[in-house]
Ligand binder design. Structure first.
Ligand SMILES: CC(C)(COP(=O)(O)OP(=O)(O)OC[C@H]1O[C@@H](n2cnc3c(N)ncnc32)[C@H](O)[C@@H]1OP(=O)(O)O)[C@@H](O)C(=O)NCCC(=O)NCCS
Length: 130
């Protein structure tokens, strides 16, 4: 059985997040220390199957007007079982006071996020990377 918990309810070890990142080839440069720091900010959710982290997502937020959802991921072996939906449902409950919640995704995932109430916009996403 998979349960969704806030990081504040059940602390997430950074190495388990890095394992999830590796599963989807994300963020190879993120260190254990960097991940430990990010876990201390915003709303952070883990999907747990016993002691194994099988899903993760987080949101960066000002607590009132804006929040951005990031790093939504479910372990490859565990997809298609509703875990991603449970993570997003819980995240939307955690952010229900926020005026606008945004996220970045590829076009092929827009249908997935539309299921959580998101709509594509005509805005251009701009990044300035270090
Ligand atoms: C996207 C992801 C988190 C979905 O997790 P999941 O646990 O497999 O999703 P669920 O089983 O909860 O599916 C929820 C719904 O979304 C749909 N869905 C799942 N993946 C989808 C996809 N890639 N595109 C469109 N719809 C999708 C499912 O059919 C399901 O629909 P339903 O509720 O009508 O039955 C998972 O596929 C993943 O980790 N992908 C790799 C990382 C990634 O791309 N993350 C998003 C970054 S923006």
């Amino acid at each position: 059985m998979v349960v969704i918990k806030l990081h504040t309810e059940k602390p997430i070890p950074p190495l388990q997040v890095i394992r999830l990142y590796q599963d989807v080839d994300w963020w190879p440069a993120r260190s254990k220390d960097g991940v430990r720091k990010l876990l201390g900010h915003g709303v952070v959710l883990g999907a747990w199957e016993d002691k194994q982290l099988v899903g993760f997502c987080r949101a960066v937020s000002d607590g009132v007007y804006r929040a951005y959802v990031e790093d939504v991921v479910v372990l490859g072996t565990h997809r298609g079982r509703g875990i991603g939906r449970q993570l997003m449902d819980r995240m939307m409950r955690e952010l229900n006071q926020i005026e606008v919640v945004s996220l970045f995704c590829s076009g092929k995932l827009s249908a997935y996020y539309e299921g959580s109430g998101f709509k594509p916009t005509g805005q251009v996403v701009m990044h300035r990377s270090k």
